[in-house]
Design a protein around this ligand. Structure first.
Ligand SMILES: *[C@@H]1O[C@H](CO)[C@@H](O)[C@H](O)[C@H]1NC(C)=O
Length: 356
């Protein structure tokens, strides 16, 4: 049978079936009218489903972020146990120090980034090691048991386009190669409209995870290291051991001989020192990448602390700016104004003196 003939036959069929088709149309119309008028409470579910296509659930992102940080930690422990780090250099940091890269950085990056990307394919995720290509990665499924039983966390939906995730697969790589393992952390941060909302700092060698969701809940570990009434009268500033010289001088000049300095490594570790009151402030005077600081910023926010650059501006973790924060950093739990005013005053007079 030719195509044209079949067409003719079908045309005939439609003509014959016009009456049943009309009946079907009337029935469908009645059904629609019936559902819209009498099943009012079913509409939100249906409409909601359509509307939520462009949303992501922050509770699920929190669970994924904790898992990613912990899975990354497992890779780091595994590489450390083989003692074959396969260390190479990524070049020099702005302070002129070697910027090392090991198999642990690469493996942690792949499991963290690919793992989150598989569950949240449309969320923008930035990792320190985005140049790495990943093959045969063990991914993971969401496991809410990473939250403690008393954590009360709502299903909060936000627009996917407003969300950015920042991953640091291995903070303090230099110290990792020196086996100064306490400084090593993996970090995940979730920002909404550029503001840090969820932060995870996992210390694989200590086996602890500090996480917080601003205005909602925090991990038991974070709760346990955070003293309620700490004495913060004497400045005790934590600074980086890799470029301690200049920032130590700055600390002494600004806060006086009476101030104490705690040299440490890793931005994640230093924020934990501020939170546990081992330091009253974390000061950084040069460039720092946003994946180094976003998680700590969120955790500080959750505890009522503040992180700004040295111009007293909040840091924007949205997708449009640079990944580099080039205006320094001051992180405190208390007395941020006092600290930043002294720093800004000093820098102003110092820059003026240099110009003259
Ligand atoms: C704070 O310092 C003490 C003493 O050095 C140390 O045992 C503790 O682990 C530090 N806290 C954190 C969160 O690293």
């Amino acid at each position: 049978m030719s195509y044209a003939k079949r067409g003719e036959k079908m045309g005939g069929t439609i003509r014959i079936n016009r009456v049943p088709a009309t009946i079907a149309l009337v029935l469908v119309t009645i059904l629609i009218v019936y559902f819209v008028n009498f099943h009012q409470d079913e509409r939100p579910a249906l409409y909601g489903m359509l509307r939520n296509q462009n949303k992501v659930n922050l509770r699920k992102l929190l669970i994924g972020a904790i898992q990613a940080a912990q899975r990354g930690g497992v890779e780091i422990l595994d590489v450390a146990s083989t003692r074959d780090l396969n260390e190479r250099s990524k070049g020099k940091t702005d302070e002129g120090a070697n910027d090392p890269f090991t198999d642990a950085d690469g493996r942690s990056h792949c499991v963290m980034k690919e793992g989150l990307h598989r569950i949240f394919p449309r969320v923008k995720i930035y990792s320190e090691e985005d140049k790495e290509s990943c093959t045969n990665v063990n991914t993971f499924d969401l496991d809410p048991t990473v939250l403690h039983e008393t954590a009360v966390l709502p299903n909060e939906l936000v627009d996917i386009k407003d969300v950015t995730v920042w991953i640091d697969p291995l903070d303090a790589t230099q110290e990792f190669t020196e086996k100064l393992y306490q400084y090593v952390t993996t970090m995940v941060c979730v920002a909404v409209n550029g503001k840090p909302i969820i932060g995870v700092i996992h210390s694989p060698f200590i086996g602890q995870t500090a996480w917080a969701w601003v205005d909602h809940s925090m991990s038991e570990y974070l709760d346990s290291i955070h003293p309620i009434d700490a004495d913060t009268s004497k400045p005790l500033i934590t600074v980086s051991r890799s470029h301690a010289g200049s920032v130590k001088e700055l600390t002494r000049n600004v806060f006086g001989e009476n101030s104490e300095i705690l040299t440490a490594a890793g931005a994640g570790y230093k924020v934990l020192q501020v939170i546990s009151n081992n330091a009253t402030a974390y000061l950084h005077s040069t460039k720092i990448k946003k994946w180094d600081i976003c998680a700590g910023d969120a955790i500080l926010n959750a505890l009522g602390g503040v992180m700004t650059n040295l111009n007293d501006e909040l840091i924007d973790y949205g997708p449009h700016g640079s990944a580099v924060n080039d205006q320094g950093l001051l992180a405190t739990l208390k007395n941020h104004n006092e600290y930043i005013e002294k720093l800004m005053e000093y820098r102003k007079s110092h820059t003026a003196a240099v110009r003259r």
